[in-house]
Ligand binder design. Sequence first.
Ligand SMILES: Cc1cc2nc3c(=O)[nH]c(=O)nc-3n(C[C@H](O)[C@H](O)[C@H](O)COP(=O)(O)OP(=O)(O)OC[C@H]3O[C@@H](n4cnc5c(N)ncnc54)[C@H](O)[C@@H]3O)c2cc1C
Length: 401
Amino acid sequence: MAEPQRIVIIGSGLAGASAAGALRERGYDKKLMLLGREAHQPYELPALSKDVLLGNADEPHRVHEPDFYETHGVDLRLGVEVTEIRPGERVVVDSDGATHSYDRLVLATGSTPRTLPVPNADLPGLRTLRTVEDSLSLRGTLTATAEVVIVGAGWIGCEVAAAARSHGADVTVVDPVDLPLRRVLGPKVGEVFRRLHADHGVHWRLGVGVEAFTPHGVRLADGSEVAGDVVVLGVGAKPNTDLAEKAGLTLAGGGVAVDAALRTSSPDICAIGDIAAHDHPRYGRRVRVEHWANAKDQGAHVAGTILGRDEPYTTVPYFFSDQYDLGMEYRGLADAEHDQLVVRGSLEARDFTAFWLREGRLQAAMNVNQWDDGVALQALVDAHAAVSPDQLRSATLSDLV
Ligand SMILES: Cc1cc2nc3c(=O)[nH]c(=O)nc-3n(C[C@H](O)[C@H](O)[C@H](O)COP(=O)(O)OP(=O)(O)OC[C@H]3O[C@@H](n4cnc5c(N)ncnc54)[C@H](O)[C@@H]3O)c2cc1C
């Protein structure tokens, strides 16, 4: 296949900027354009709910050094929204009406925070967290006298709760599920997070959903009200698939359908990061991952695909979180409600590694405040290792690899 003369990337987040970097690293020296809606150079999101919100930093990490784009000949256009893709003409149209032609196109448009379909969901005071502006503006409200209601006990909700408590705010977290993070981690590990936040003074309203927002907080399905002058929604994110859909690309699995090598249904277009519903060879099904490492790694991988290497993306999901003095990493993909949980260490002391086994094979591992076994854990999860609960509880993990 002839090397493309012109590559356009839509979305200047982590996935898009990583793809641009990887293309140059692999020696691609033709035209390369990166179009992004935000006004900032590409940056990473994790600090928005951690260091920036905590007040330890005023800006998140950039994906590349400020001069990278110029020195590497990447035509970075910021504050530019792409409004249309015309696959037949191999052209994208931006909000100024300008057209940009491509031989290969990469979609990396990320996600938008969800809202709730309940009354008053359009009240101006409701906050979500996706951009540096969201984070700085939310931080400004997290004072010692603030009453903060967080809707959603997922990763973002839990991290915002931790940051809000660190500023001394009064914090209530509401979720219709009975434990935080239960869907990902199951009941026993979910309970660790419930207790962590309770120990830091968070009030939980679990097992009851929001029925409506009010000017003074939220009304719950049981009729009770939770007062708050700051209300934050952490109820998940919706992948930005509109452009792809309008262009006639196949959607599936909640995102843009891509094959094992990250190509969409249109042969010249790839999709990566939060929007990519990837036909994952390891899992034999579509997997869409909304995590930092996936955006970065798919960005690197897609460069190879575009330049003619027909290799499947086989990396297993990885993510991390920091809340108060708890740090964790999770590798793999488990069904936490059904897989067998094995714990090495102490859930009580929040010093443990959790494993999830299915039919004797390791699906996922999560180390909490334990940092010595990362390499072994990655190798065991990558290998889908056949291990016994006893081995996981007590053997030297590197010996199992
Ligand atoms: C607050 C927060 C904290 C997080 N913390 C963690 C964490 O601790 N660990 C972890 O593993 N993951 C974390 N994540 C998730 C992780 O950061 C994301 O999965 C990752 O950033 C996705 O990268 P992306 O490039 O696909 O999308 P994004 O980073 O969302 O980038 C997409 C970009 O495309 C732009 N765009 C969209 N449509 C258009 C268009 N039509 N034209 C031009 N530009 C467009 C958007 O404005 C955006 O800048 C966090 C996410 C958030 C929001």
